[in-house]
Ligand binder design. Sequence first.
Ligand code: IVH
Length: 678
Amino acid sequence: MAEEVSEADAANRLMRLAKEIARHDRLYHDRDAPEISDADYDTLVRENRELEARFPHLVRPDSPSTRLGAAPSGVLAKVAHARPMLSLENAFSEEEVREFMRRVRRFLSLAAEETVAVTAEPKIDGLSCLLRYERGALVLAATRGDGAVGEDVTPNARTIPDIPQQIAAAPDVLEVRGEIYMSKQNFAALNQRQEASGGKVFANPRNAAAGSLRQKDPAVTAERPVRFYAHGWGELSQPLGATQADAMARIQSFGLPIAAMFRRCETVDAMLDHYRAIEHARADLPFDIDGVVYKVDRLDWQERLGQVARAPRWALAHKFPAEKAETTLEAIDIQVGRTGKLTPVGRLKPVGVGGVIVANATLHNRDEIARLGLRVGDRVRIQRAGDVIPQVVENLTRDEPRAPYMFPGHCPQCGSEAAAEEGEVDVRCTGGLICPAQRIERLKHFVSRGALDIEGLGQKTILEFAQVGWLQSPADIFRLHRHRTALLGREGWKEKSAHNLLAAIEAKRELDPARLLFGLGIRHVGIVTAKDLLRCFGTVEALRQAATRENGRAELSGVEGVGPVVAEALVDFFHEPHNREALHDLLSEVRPQPFTSAVRETEWTGKTIVFTGSLQTMSRDEAKAQAERLGARTAGSVSARTDLVVAGPGAGSKLKKAETLGVPVIGEGEWARIVADA
Ligand code: IVH
């Protein structure tokens, strides 16, 4: 799916994915009330990751891949984790599992005959939790939260029989990580009780477990039969063993349960066999599982493999395939996006898929509707796929003689003509800022998390203020204070909330220019591109001048990180008088701060390192990962801007060039010492 998307679509899609995933995170983590199945959620995360891999310059500041779960809900006390609680990379096919193992081997630079043992165990569908023991006594239990900060659930965890209060043989500091879950049977019984007493009915066992654990009153948890099983550890005063399997056995010897189907496998085929065995056992297991987790067994290798973004390189979740369902397409609605794109959305007769009721499906675009021959009233097969809402994969009644669906030739919001540009599949409204839908979407984008991020000014509020006529363009946001009295007269607004909103807006007058530029919503200009542009031009105003100069396009295409597509989009944007006026107006209200690219400060921050020749003790990837951990960049060729060359045997022209330019050159051993000392 990611193969075919244009850059513009990718940018749009990434924006929507970031929002949608954040929304689902909140529903899942804070409210224990998900709207989509885990499989659908995984599909979103995966689509996001694939798009980011293909378009790295479009990675957003609020990218879901750099965020974990939702921030804690605020009801319970917060606790910072001694070590971040990571997530897992997902795989959905055997080939992806094989590729994972190839990657591990490559990274560690292992000989073909070297055995890479891996543990395999069920991925239980529960709630990640950490138990901290000090001198053998349970002192803390915490949820994962956003990975860095979780919630303190110690009194609640003490009521769970699987969790020992004391461990005689434990090291001084022992953090055990695992999953809190509820059995299918107990879940059904709990829901029955809840229903009888008029209480909250849970969507699935996972939510029931989460809702039961995250109670302010531990007596409630005590009444709910939640369980625990361990799958790892955090901070330790002493290692638990040399391998994952040994360490887990040790944890088990402390009296903590581990998964019954835990195995150590020595080949990929053995891993996949165990996956199938677990899949086979799935229906009969007393609890829900959604896949199998593999972990490289040797802990020294785990250490070397390290992590990327939010997940370790040494572990993989092999997910079970998601379910499909059949239903009726009851209507096709057209939504108009920020750039005027008309997106068809299928309204479905609600149907259960993987335990969640689904009522909407994306239909992508005009061509997709034609390809499937979709008409209102058709029976369709839906599936989790590359979308927030499920995808229609098949039309089951396309042979019935009925008139085809006519895609609108006019914008349903403003009536302007809607057309697809030559060679493009997307139909766009040509109304520009005349179109209320586009105007509102642009405003929403302007205040979104990656852009201005104004607390209290969400999508609903934007819509409300636009409808009363207070908001036409971004500058109006900074003039909202003029409507203070009228605002107080509106339902839902009180002195305090109005004050908070206006204060939050005031605080953003001195804004980050990269967020401002990104917030303008220029096609193809994600936050990374916005930063690249500012690095070159310094201010948005200077960029505007460049874009409106005669040779603007050529000048812009020459900027590092910017190509002809972005250059063209910038020129188009700044040539549009509406846009220039809106920007001018906005700049009269705000004071953008000088542009600075924030980086983590270490001795190696911002330095450029080149690895050349063959490395003996590590792969190129591992060396690069080490450099990145130190805050350095790596480059493929030596120039005057290179700060260090690490040369192994066989280094040729790069080494010579470094010597000519006087760039310091060190060997692999010295590099290893730098890494060890940092
Ligand atoms: S290992 C750094 N093992 O899945 C790796 N996680 O999707 C940490 N989960 O946050 C996780 N069963 O809550 C691991 N056998 C298992 C698991 C498991 C369930 C959960 C865990 C994690 C999430 C990632």
